[in-house]
Design a protein around this ligand. Sequence first.
Ligand code: ADP
Ligand code: ADP
Length: 219
Amino acid sequence: MIEFRSVSKQYSAHAIALREVSLDIAKGELVYLAGPSGAGKSTLLKMIAAIERPTSGSVLVNGQDIGKLRKEGIPFLRRNLGLIFQQQKLLNDRNILANTMLPLLVTGASKAQAEQRARAALDKVGLLERAKALPLELSGGEQQRVSIARAIVNRPQIILADEPTANLDRASADKVLDALRAFHAVGVTCMISTHDEYVLDGAARVIHLDHGQLVQEQS
Ligand code: ADP
Ligand code: ADP
């Protein structure tokens, strides 16, 4: 479903983020992307969403070469992706139900339909009873679960989560991970990046990155 063929990414003469990375991720897999800060994890995930493009090599999603995608094709690609990136903040002036409805309203769903789907999504991350709360009334972990609800409300085939447990205590992090793993359990392909070792406990597949290189893979 996701394939990297000798992918390198160089931002500038001194910033080489990925070096000849090749990997294959099958439909329905849950894959952790591990490595220290600066290893290239975000860059790798961004390439799947066409936020960054490879300097060389190719990235294929469902057989489609993302590097060759035209601008018009990007919204179609992203509709299939649930993106949980740190820079995608919740809107603090509206409640979490409204935040979760937003991706559906943008793609033309009716308000009633959007509300029903958003409620189902909040239910899946255990926050339905907080639907009317504002983001800042929630803990960091709860806010992160709202981000997950917003990312999956369009029912994407693939979830990409960049350091979803960053800055969370262990109990909150576990709830965030449980929410993500529940989507894997119903067949969604998931990639979760982390620099925290405990996140990898019990993982079936971990891809380790260091200085932009694939160092080791345990299956
Ligand atoms: P990680 O997610 O593992 O922390 P990143 O993919 O964010 O790693 O970064 C990998 C390397 O690429 C780092 O050295 C980082 O400084 C560099 N880098 C990331 N984004 C940019 C950018 N937009 N411009 C220049 N260098 C970047
Ligand atoms: P409905 O709104 O028709 O009741 P749901 O949104 O509740 O449907 O989803 C039905 C089932 O599909 C649930 O068990 C859900 O977990 C599962 N499912 C499969 N793929 C996804 C996805 N990408 N996002 C959310 N749920 C999914």
